[in-house]
Design a protein around this ligand. Structure first.
Ligand SMILES: Cc1ncc(COP(=O)(O)O)c(C=O)c1O
Ligand SMILES: N[C@@H](CCCC[NH3+])C(=O)O
Length: 421
């Protein structure tokens, strides 16, 4: 469910017409709905209640500080994967005790930053990282709370580039080695073992892979407790998928996912942590773009937009589908026309969709890419010196620019010409 609906013949974000935002900030731009962000966060908290739990938003999916504050003010925790993301969470006012630090390559500087600023736990992914963290913490006279991310060797049945739970993936330690690694962790002076972490991939559209992974975590919890570890928190990762194509069967709902968690690990008396990103932010955002030209090609028509792969890379990177809606509501009887929808970047890969049926469009018309809130703005670049596009947050009947388009002066001034040139 989202809050982008046609009203009076034009697409709105909550109570605001997207065309009014376009007139104010220009195109292209990202637009997020506070109501959808809020609702999706609440779906998870409702799904996990009454278990003791924390929903830590994976901020890699959408890291604008205003969005983080929206969720943080509701009580959300944050899952960060870099010192930069940690700083964003803090800038949004989220206290350290609600921030978890994931990722395979945390540097000592990042560890120090989080230990100084406060941290809920580090999700440690390897023995060298464990030793480095212990050294850093001990040198500061503190103890780092940790879980160890285990790799359960489960096929998440998602796009291979975003599957993380198979043994050939770089993530976590092999679950078979867990006893040895936990024993080492318990012996290190700068480490306090809190629990177990697992995350098997993103955009999962079935519950079964989660079930396999969580059952393995339940077994491991019992084993590690028998070995004397005080396992009291389970971080079950993120990854629940969203319906990008409305015609497809819908992925499981947070409520069903919550029921699965209760069934598989709910009896263990652990605090449950989850790290959803896409399900909270994905359908909370659209990318609005304008048709620059309609170009007749060989046996196809190209819809050339002012948005490109540098603004939304998912279609060219993963072959991902995003629904493309005309901002002006089509008349019920309007026939569709098939377009190859492309951007202005000088690569054939700069293609959003091929042969996509859309209501006939003309120069200057606006379109909205649905489900663009997650892994949209955060993966944007300035390729072809196309400025990063603005982000706008809507709440009820008002909106605010939460990141402005940089000026070309700002962009050009980032480069410096050495004095010897
Ligand atoms: C460790 C970790 N946690 C959480 C997430 C969030 O995933 P998603 O946006 O699919 O919910 C990811 C990304 O897959 C991740 O790598
Ligand atoms: N960037 C990916 C998701 C990556 C998830 C990373 N943990 C996407 O757009 O689908």
């Amino acid at each position: 469910m989202d809050h982008f609906l046609y009203r009076s013949g034009t697409l709105h974000a909550e109570g605001v017409a997207l065309e009014d935002i376009a007139a104010c900030v220009g195109t292209p731009f990202y637009c997020y709905s506070t109501a959808t962000l809020t609702r999706h966060y609440q779906l998870f908290t409702e799904a996990l209640s009454p278990l003791p739990h924390m929903v830590c938003f994976a901020i890699k999916s959408l890291s604008n500080i205003a969005v983080l504050k929206t969720l943080g003010d509701l009580g959300a925790g944050m899952d960060v994967v870099s010192g930069g993301e940690y700083r964003r969470a803090k800038a949004a006012g989220v206290p350290g005790e609600r921030i978890v630090f994931s990722g395979v390559g945390k540097t000592r500087e990042e560890m120090r930053l989080a230990l100084e600023g406060g941290i809920r736990q580090f999700n440690v992914e390897s023995e060298p990282e464990l030793r480095a963290l212990s050294e850093v913490a001990a040198s500061m006279g503190v103890v780092a709370p940790i879980t160890i991310r285990v790799n359960p060797d489960v096929d998440a049945r998602t796009h291979e580039k975003i599957a993380t739970g198979k043994k050939e993936n770089k993530f976590g330690i092999p679950i078979a080695r867990a006893s040895a690694v936990y024993a080492e962790a318990a012996s290190l002076p700068g480490i306090e073992v809190i629990g177990i972490d697992v995350h098997i991939g993103s955009q999962l559209t079935e519950l079964e892979p989660f079930e396999q992974a969580y059952l393995k975590v339940a077994d491991l919890t019992a084993r590690l407790r028998a070995e004397g570890h005080n396992i009291r928190r389970l971080d079950l990762g993120g990854g629940l998928g969203i319906p990008y194509e409305r015609s497809n069967t819908a992925p499981p709902l947070p409520m069903e996912y919550g029921a699965l968690i209760k069934r598989t690990v709910g009896h263990l008396g652990c605090e449950i942590e989850i790290e959803p990103g896409r399900l909270i932010s994905g359908n909370a955002g659209v990318l609005v773009s304008k048709v620059i030209y309609v170009k007749e090609g060989e046996g196809r028509d190209f819809l050339i937009l002012d948005a490109a792969m540098n603004d939304l890379v998912r279609p060219s990177m993963y072959g991902a589908h995003h629904d493309i809606l005309p901002v002006t509501e089509p008349m019920a009887a309007t026939e569709t026309h098939e377009y190859d929808v492309v951007g202005p970047v000088c690569e054939t890969g700069d293609t959003f969709a091929k042969g996509r049926p859309i209501t006939p469009l003309a120069e200057g018309d606006l379109v909205a890419f649905r489900s663009a809130g997650a892994y949209g703005a955060v993966m944007a670049s300035e390729y072809n010196t196309r400025p990063l596009i603005p982000e706008v947050l809507v709440k009820d009947d008002h909106f605010a620019v939460i990141r402005a388009r940089p000026t070309f002066d700002e962009i050009l001034n980032r480069d410096t010409i050495p004095e010897w040139l």
